[in-house]
Design a protein around this ligand. Sequence first.
Ligand SMILES: [Zn+2]
Ligand SMILES: [Zn+2]
Length: 337
Amino acid sequence: MSINRRQFTKLCAQSISLTMLSACQLMPRPPRPDAQAPANTQAPVNANPQPTQVAGTSATNTTVSAYSFAAFSSVTTRQDATNLYIESNGIPSHPMMIGIKSWQQQVPLPQNYRGTSAFQIPLTPVIADTPISAKTALYRGAIAIAANGVPIFNALNNRGDDALLAGELDQWGGHCGKGDDYHYHVAPLHLEATVGVGKPIAYALDGFAIYGSTEPDGSPVAPLDEFNGHMGSDGVYHYHGTTTYPYINGGLRGVVTVTDDQIEPQPHIHPVRPAQEPLRGAEITNFQILGEGAYSLEYTLNNAKYYVNYTVTDTTCVFEFIDASGTKTSETFQIPQ
Ligand SMILES: [Zn+2]
Ligand SMILES: [Zn+2]
């Protein structure tokens, strides 16, 4: 492990720029038999930010005041005539990483989901002619944004496996991509405690809300379609989070723009360091936020404890690796500006 890290240089780290979706390509993605472009693909990106693929229902969604992002002080929103923009650093207030049994040695680092790298959803979602199933597409990048500003990826990892059942996720349904970007792969139902029962816990990137384990009026969840959604009593489609597959929106019922198997536009990740390698047999047993920008991750390997301590400032990220014998090594990376 240390040999690989020594091979990494600051120059290398600074030269890398990955898109959000490729950030979670933890392993090469095998070709899929249905690798054709999704039916809703619209290109080029941003050529027509106002969706024109209007089919059938044009649903007026909730007003901005009803969005759940306001429940989290770390998340800010702004809007123009067509979109709501969600800005955050991608770091939730809950603990992270604990419980991961299939770990790629990535850790949560603050991300710059702001300005042109903010998440965005349409203010007026539109039902698509041809919805996109997440079973066979959208393996790259976020498909939804949680109320706490953490992106949500397809419940299937880039190899088509259920990320939760594969042991890749922590107790909150998240883990980190190759850009050290924390994201969920299942519904963050735990956010219901903050947003309130019957309030959306997330929004799919088509703009339709994702509710938790009750309907907006508090009643039990009505039967769901294959995308974990249905038409609400208000005549507006919405999704629900569930504890079994598809966990989160199982596709996009609404109009989105898809390019290269990911919804665009997406925030771009600028990794601080080169991508890490899987560490077979490791299990993350503790994670602590020690203070502003200071973190400590503990993992066990062969019944011994190891630590990754790191401190992030505006300009640098300093890692300290402590092995089972207590030996410390450190590395400093510049934050790409
Ligand atoms: Zn992931
Ligand atoms: Zn519902």
